[in-house]
Design a protein around this ligand. Sequence first.
Ligand code: HEC
Length: 154
Amino acid sequence: MSYFTRPLSVLAAIGLAACASSSSEPMPAPSAAPAQAAAAAAAPAVGGGEAIISATQVTTGRNQFRSMCTECHTAAEFGDATFQLKWSRRSVGDLYEFILTAMPDDAPGILTPQQAVDLTAFMLEMNGFPTGSATLDPDQAELDAITLARIRSE
Ligand code: HEC
C-alpha cells in the first residue's frame, strides 16, 4: 500500500501550489480610480465657457446702466484690470448682491432683483462672458455658484 503514498502526496503538493498561486494574484492597481476623479474635478466650473447671459439681457442692463448709473460711473470702470483683480476672487452672486443692496450709492434698495441681474449680465459681458440663448435669473444661490475667477486678465 505504501506505493500509493507518494503519488497522493505529489497531488496534494500540486493542489497546494495551485491554491497558493491563485491567492497571490496581484491586486488591481489602486491608482486608476483616483486619476479619473482628478480629471473630473478639473472640468470647467459652472459658467466656464458656456453662455449664461443673452445679448437681449445685456442690452437691457446697458440701458439701465445709462439711465441710472452714469451719473457716478463710466462703463469702462467695470472692465478694467482693477475691477477684474478685485472681483475675480468673488462670485457672480457677490456682484449681483452688491448692486442690488448697495447701488445706486445715493438711493440703495431702489433696484428690483431683475434690474440688478440685468446690470450684472451687462458687467459680465464687458468682462468677456459670451452671450447665447440662456439668461441669468435673479436667484442668489444660483448666482453664488458661478465664479468670477475667469474675468481676471492674464
Ligand atoms: C451717486 C453715485 C452712484 C450711483 C448713481 C451709482 N453708484 Fe455704483 N458706486 C458708487 C460709489 C461711491 C462706489 C464705491 C463705493 C463702494 O465700493 O462701496 C460704487 C461702486 C460700485 C460698484 C463696485 C465697483 C468696484 O470696483 O468694486 C459697482 C459694481 C457699482 N457701483 C455699480 C453701480 C450700478 C450698477 C449703478 C446703477 C444702478 C450704480 N453703481 C450707481 C457710486 C454710485
